[in-house]
Design a protein around this ligand. Structure first.
Ligand SMILES: Cc1cc2nc3c(=O)[nH]c(=O)nc-3n(C[C@H](O)[C@H](O)[C@H](O)COP(=O)(O)O)c2cc1C
Length: 398
């Protein structure tokens, strides 16, 4: 709790995460592909946009709630899908889902989060699932399991035909094996030794998990199928090599096929042009997420905020448009919505908060985002999310 109260912005959460995680784990979250140009650009693009406030308008408190693909949200913010969340804190993916629910928003469970959709089946919804699948057979199985577990939204990530070159992970030996098994703990001994609190927490969780899975009548499930997410465990996680095998070589035809098999909201994540947004609309998607995977895939891809206007003008009247990458302030949400996004997603910010203080860290961070967004709008003289458009920004924005 003490750590959570020390989070006043994303930079605070990042600093606390850096202090609590072994470097190999911190770098996995914090890093990006190659020279990390795209990651840096994502944040810079937000910093360049300037508001055009209206003064002496009113003192009424702004409202920040909204609706995205028929889902009511307390603010236009999602928690982005992320692999291996269990490595950051024992609260893991379940803690992420609980914090999102408490804040009135939605978290998206990654195929490679480290927990199976069944593990979140008893959590209050709405629940959204992010799909990586090597082929239609694997995709169909995962979709059936997600639907049976009460997931209503499906996010198909299309920017991962193979894994980006994350040089920090390669140097740290993380790319070889993202699995923190006994052998890698020995190999990473020195890094882990200087983060004893993390090590103790993780050890305790993995012992609990072992005890639970050894209990007769405990969660027993056949996880042998290569496409199945691993059973719930914070330490035994899939290697990202395996994740790369799961990575979606999906074509727009496959997306149209997914549409026929999924009745809830369908979102396509990783689009960076108006053309691709129209292809997603042709395939029957409800929304696209303008994303470069936080700069973790194609280094040299454009900042997402810079291509958002092109995507909005090409396809904004056909489908809803979301954006992620580089959102670090409540005011950044205002900028994205003013440029035509229905909502944003955050990745690293909530992962830092989770590492820093567990799910209470995420509670705190989301409160900071909500309060900062409302204050920004009050200072601009804007009353509600639905009022936000380009007229609230200096033009041209970049
Ligand atoms: C540690 C980590 C793991 C991620 N894993 C996934 C994943 O499994 N699936 C996916 O679609 N995106 C994944 N992403 C990308 C995020 O969903 C999101 O697009 C990105 O983090 C947004 O940028 P930001 O971190 O600057 O907010 C991951 C990102 C991070 C930082």
């Amino acid at each position: 709790v003490a750590s959570a109260n020390r989070i006043h912005n994303v930079a605070d959460a990042r600093r606390l995460a850096r202090r609590s995680l072994p470097r190999v784990v911190f770098d996995y979250v914090d890093g990006a592909a190659e020279d990390e140009l795209t990651m840096v650009e994502n944040e810079r693009a937000f910093q360049e946009v300037r508001f055009r406030p209206r003064m002496a308008v009113t003192t009424r408190q702004p409202t920040v709630d909204t609706t995205v693909v028929s889902t009511a949200l307390s603010m236009p913010l999602f928690l982005a899908p992320a692999g291996l969340v269990g490595l950051l804190h024992p609260d893991g993916a379940a803690g992420v889902a609980r914090a999102a629910k408490r804040a009135g928003i939605v978290s998206i469970l990654s195929t490679v989060a480290g927990v199976a959709p069944e593990d979140l089946a008893s959590h209050p919804g709405p629940r959204w699932f992010q799909l990586y699948a090597a082929d239609r057979t694997a995709a169909e199985e995962l979709m059936l399991r997600a639907a049976a577990s009460g997931f209503d939204g499906l996010v198909v990530t299309v920017d991962t035909p193979e894994l980006g070159k994350r040089e920090r992970d390669i140097r740290n030996g993380m790319a070889r094996s993202l699995q923190l098994d006994a052998r890698s703990v020995v190999r990473l001994g020195p890094q882990v030794a200087v983060r004893p609190l993390w090590a103790i927490r993780m050890l305790r969780t993995s012992l609990d998990t072992m005890r639970r899975t050894q209990t007769p009548g405990g969660v027993a499930r056949n996880d042998d199928t290569s496409s199945a997410p691993p059973r719930s465990s914070s330490i035994a996680s899939p290697s990202e090599v395996a994740a790369a095998k799961l990575a979606s070589p999906f074509t727009w035809e496959d997306i149209a096929w997914v549409r026929q098999h999924w009745s809830g909201p369908l979102l396509i994540k990783g689009v960076l042009s108006g053309d691709d947004a129209n292809r997603a609309a042709d395939a029957g998607a409800d929304a696209v997420i303008v994303s470069n995977h936080g700069g973790r895939q194609l280094d040299g891809a454009p900042a997402t905020l810079r291509v958002l206007p092109e995507v909005v003008s090409a396809a904004g009247d056909r489908i809803e448009i979301l954006v992620d990458g580089g959102v670090r302030r409540g005011g950044d949400i205002v900028k994205a919505v003013a440029l035509g996004a229905r909502a944003v997603l955050i990745g690293r910010p909530y992962l830092y908060a989770l590492a820093a203080a567990g799910e209470e860290g995420i509670d705190r961070l989301l409160e900071v985002f909500r309060v900062d967004m409302a204050r920004t709008m009050a200072l601009m003289g804007c009353h509600s999310v639905s009022e936000l458009d380009r007229s609230w920004l200096q033009s041209p924005p970049f």
